[in-house]
Design a protein around this ligand. Structure first.
Ligand code: SAM
Length: 217
């Protein structure tokens, strides 16, 4: 068996998957409770997703049901956002959904993994979508964003809240609900964003997953 095939088998074997779920849960907790430790976690996180990029779509993103909770959250927005940031875009699913829904919007998908970004950028994406390798913890908020999408992402409360401009929203999605490796309860999301000046708009379930929506007044 060649190196690539062996790595793919290891990433997809049930025991490996359980190991990854435990690791992701641990990382999610640490990022939530001790965000100062993120610089130590960045390299192992990036390494994991660099390895996962080649088979990401085949293993996860090809299931259309996983986008149902994000679509449900976007249905709740009062107006079309002009600027959308998809944090931890992976192979671009969240950014592409937003661009298809709002063809006039400027959409940026960022990820710490260059291979994920290469996979996203190689797709035939709608106009208005860009992808870039970037860490949200180091991103300049600039003029801010009307919508920040966090699709299956640990909550980087402080930097993400800083990206949301007045009247803007953040949508947190766990595609498979509480069994999603990067899952944070609506209660914890409400507390984390509440401390940073955002107010909870809605939280619920849709399809196989959960969504949480907050707004900066
Ligand atoms: C579980 S994947 C989700 C990918 C995509 N949103 C999806 O659901 O298909 C998490 C992604 O977030 C990226 N990521 C983790 N921390 C990040 C950070 N601080 N800034 C940007 N991307 C990050 C990882 O490299 C990985 O691609």
């Amino acid at each position: 068996m060649g190196g690539k095939a062996r790595r793919r088998r290891l990433l997809t074997s049930p025991s490996r998957r359980r190991g990854w779920q435990r690791l992701a849960r641990g990382m999610n907790d640490v990022v939530t409770r001790a965000p100062w430790s993120w610089p130590l976690l960045r390299a192992p996180m990036r390494l994991f997703f660099e390895r996962a990029a080649a088979t990401w779509d085949q293993r996860f993103a090809s299931d259309p049901a996983r986008m149902v909770p994000l679509a449900a959250a976007l249905d709740l927005l009062p107006a079309a956002p002009a600027r959308v940031l998809d944090v931890g875009t992976g192979t671009g699913a969240g950014a592409i959904l937003a661009a298809e829904r709002w063809p006039g919007a400027e959409v940026l998908g960022i990820d710490v993994s260059p291979r994920m970004i290469d996979a996203a950028a190689s797709k035939d994406v709608p106009p208005g979508v860009r992808f870039a390798v970037a860490d949200v913890a180091r991103l300049d908020p600039g003029e801010g964003w009307d919508l920040v999408v966090m699709l299956n992402m640990p909550p980087f409360f402080a930097p993400v809240a800083a990206m949301v401009r007045g009247g803007g929203h953040v949508a947190h999605i766990a595609s498979r609900g509480p069994v999603t490796p990067f899952y944070t309860s609506a209660e914890k999301l409400g507390q984390g964003y509440g401390r940073r000046g955002l107010e909870t708009v809605a939280a619920g379930t849709a399809g196989p997953g959960t969504y949480y929506l907050a707004r900066r007044p």
